[in-house]
Design a binder for this molecule. Structure first.
Ligand SMILES: C[S@@+](CC[C@H](N)C(=O)[O-])C[C@H]1O[C@@H](n2cnc3c(N)ncnc32)[C@H](O)[C@@H]1O
Length: 595
């Protein structure tokens, strides 16, 4: 499950309006775009497009790009590109929205014309409705930008998230049935109305949904144990350390607002932001700024992790060397560790980043300039030491509930080997390890794998093995070489784009694997992955079947929604239609019903 950024999201692009007015803008989306630098994507699209592209615009975090073509080329482009495969996923092409530069202090003209309607009192919108509404609202306040559900009660927010995952379950149920019909093959039984009725699932859903797991009341404020803050200028031009309120009209600069009002930021982090804001205001080093083709200044980002009692901080600046670096380091240390600041800082890292993007390259210099290298977190009776770069679930209280349910469904028994795919610092696997034969964790980030090994040792756990690399490279061979008699279960917890198709194929074709617990932070990508795990195929008689799902709200007040889905081999799942009570007046006993 990927962690959503604790910062306000960027609006779509802007700029070069002249060119955009002459052409038409198309929204071109594909899961694999997120991994492609925009230059590479432009090169690839230019190669596959039958028409000349006027412009390709994509930011590093986007899984979509805005492509401008001449109006007379629009349909030809759409026809050629829509449905085309890019690496492992297919591309969709929709009409994009050409943008005008926003007018000072107001809404964009197009958004004004569109007339933003507030939701009527008492109406509970879907998460998608709220998201769509936000797209049109350019200049909101930081509270609503970061916490768009804040105006609804928490109970209502949970209801919205429950509806969201119900839609995901309906979507894969319906799509598997439709795909089978398209292929002239009978849809699997679990897509039928009778099956969902027998399993007491909502209409159209293949499996029942448990009541949504929410964040406990006492953790609804300040629940994040990790946040990222930007150092930049606020709307009055003052240096601020907080959250990005909006992107400036040129598409490059960020207007930063204080996070004082943001409910999910813990008080300790709010005080940390103030200390760093004051430090940057009085510093000899200017704040980082960027525009088209230029960048200057130093102070950029702050990442903080909070264990509940202690803080680990990473400050990101542009590169500073020699004596100047020493000055910068002592400014940071003084700001964060002097007695009068009274912040519980136990660890400070400095990272240099000279990219236009805030995402530093994987090899960017990262130096511990104060205190201990890691922060100790407690979870389900175990201790975890984590560094600045490793993934760790950002809401500790709800994470314990999520893992509790995932393990309940996984049933790690003595004879079972558990695969922890995309394991991060090994949290789920280590929590399962005391109940199963062995845990094998696979993770991309080397720092996280080192932490997983160290965390196993820290908790005196010896039945684990950790593998560093891409799951798509490691898993096929690992599963092929598995002892044929080894009972195996898997928990998969991929980042937002979901699992690689090679991983899905390997899981599906491993006969020793009988159960998958899929933890997802993105129900949309889960839908596509579940289709691949469950679609009947001629070569394999025993695909997976969705058995149970639950929404987990790790990020109250935001649009993010996690879910857990249990999948089991179809041969192991009892047919729930057999338990439907016979209609009144119908003859026959239970045996005849089951026949
Ligand atoms: C949502 S996190 C889950 C981490 C862990 N299961 C937990 O609960 O803390 C996803 C993890 O997948 C890792 N990851 C991303 N792409 C990967 C890949 N292709 N192969 C293996 N791991 C990957 C990320 O580094 C991250 O640690």
């Amino acid at each position: 499950m990927a962690e959503p950024e604790a910062k306000a999201s960027s609006p779509p692009p802007n700029g070069e309006e002249e060119k955009m007015e002459k052409g038409v803008v198309l929204h071109v989306q594909c899961k694999d775009f997120i991994k492609m630098p925009d230059g590479k994507l432009e090169q690839w699209l230019t190669e596959v497009s039958p028409v000349k592209l006027q412009k390709v615009f994509k930011l590093p975090t986007w899984s979509y790009a805005f492509v401008t073509v001449l109006p007379e080329h629009k349909e030809q482009f759409r026809e050629a590109i829509n449905g085309l495969q890019c690496r492992n996923f297919s591309i969709t092409v929709k009409d994009g929205t050409p943008r005008k530069a926003p007018q000072e202090g107001g809404l964009e003209p197009s958004a004004k014309r569109q007339k933003i309607k507030d939701f009527p009192p008492g109406h509970v919108p879907t998460l998608k409705d709220v998201k769509d509404k936000l797209k049109n609202k350019k200049f909101g306040d930081i509270l609503h930008k970061t916490s768009p559900l804040i105006d609804w009660s928490y109970e209502t927010q949970l209801g919205m998230k429950q509806v969201h995952i119900k839609s995901a379950v309906r979507a894969f149920t319906k799509q598997v049935a439709q795909k089978c019909r398209d292929l002239n093959q009978p849809p699997p039984d679990w897509t039928s109305h009778e099956w969902s009725k027998g399993s007491k699932a909502p209409v159209g859903c293949a499996c029942p949904l448990d009541a949504a797991i929410g964040t406990p009341n006492e953790s609804l404020e300040g629940y994040r144990n990790k946040c990222e803050f930007s150092i930049g200028f606020d709307s009055s031009g003052q240096v601020e350390c907080g959250m990005v309120l909006r992107i400036t009209d040129d598409g490059f600069g960020r207007v930063v607002a204080s996070c004082d009002e943001v409910p999910f930021v813990p008080q300790e982090m709010k005080r940390l932001c103030k200390a760093l804001r004051d430090c940057a205001r009085s510093s000899k080093f200017p704040v980082f700024e960027r525009g088209r083709g230029w960048q200057r200044g130093f102070w950029r980002l702050v990442m903080a992790r909070f264990s509940g009692t202690e803080l680990l901080v990473m400050v990101q600046t542009a590169t500073v060397s020699g004596e100047e670096k020493e000055e910068l380091v002592s400014e940071i240390k003084a700001a964060l560790t002097q007695d009068q600041v009274s912040l519980p800082v136990v660890s400070v890292y400095l990272q240099f980043n000279d990219e236009v993007s805030d995402a530093a390259r994987p090899g960017a210099v990262l130096e511990l300039i104060y205190g201990q290298p890691q922060l100790r977190m407690q979870l389900l009776g175990l201790s975890f030491d984590i560094g600045p770069l490793s993934f760790y679930q950002a809401n500790s209280a709800t994470c314990a509930l999520l893992y509790g349910r995932a393990l309940e469904w996984l049933q790690p028994e003595e004879e079972v080997t558990v695969l922890d795919v995309c394991c991060g610092v090994g949290t789920i696997g280590l929590c399962a390890s005391r109940r199963c034969r062995k845990v094998i964790g696979i993770e991309l980030v080397p720092e996280a794998v080192e932490s997983a090994k160290a965390n196993a040792a820290l908790n005196q756990i010896e039945n684990t093995e950790w593998m560093v690399g891409k799951a798509e490279d490691i898993l096929p061979k690992l599963l092929q070489e598995l002892d044929p008699n080894m009972r195996t279960s898997a928990v998969v917890d991929p980042p937002r784009p979901g699992l690689h198709s090679t991983v899905l194929r390997a899981l599906r074709s491993c006969s020793q694997l009988s159960r998958i617990v899929y933890v997802s932070c993105n129900p949309d990508s889960l839908v596509e992955d579940v289709i691949k795990l469950t679609m009947p195929s001629e070569n394999d008689e025993d695909p997976f079947i969705p058995v149970r799902a639950v929404a987990v709200d790790m990020f109250p007040h935001t649009l993010h929604c996690e879910m857990i889905l249990l999948l089991e081999r179809s041969s192991k799942v009892k047919d729930p239609r057999k338990h439907i009570a016979p209609a009144e007046g119908a003859s026959g006993n239970e045996e005849t019903c089951e026949a």
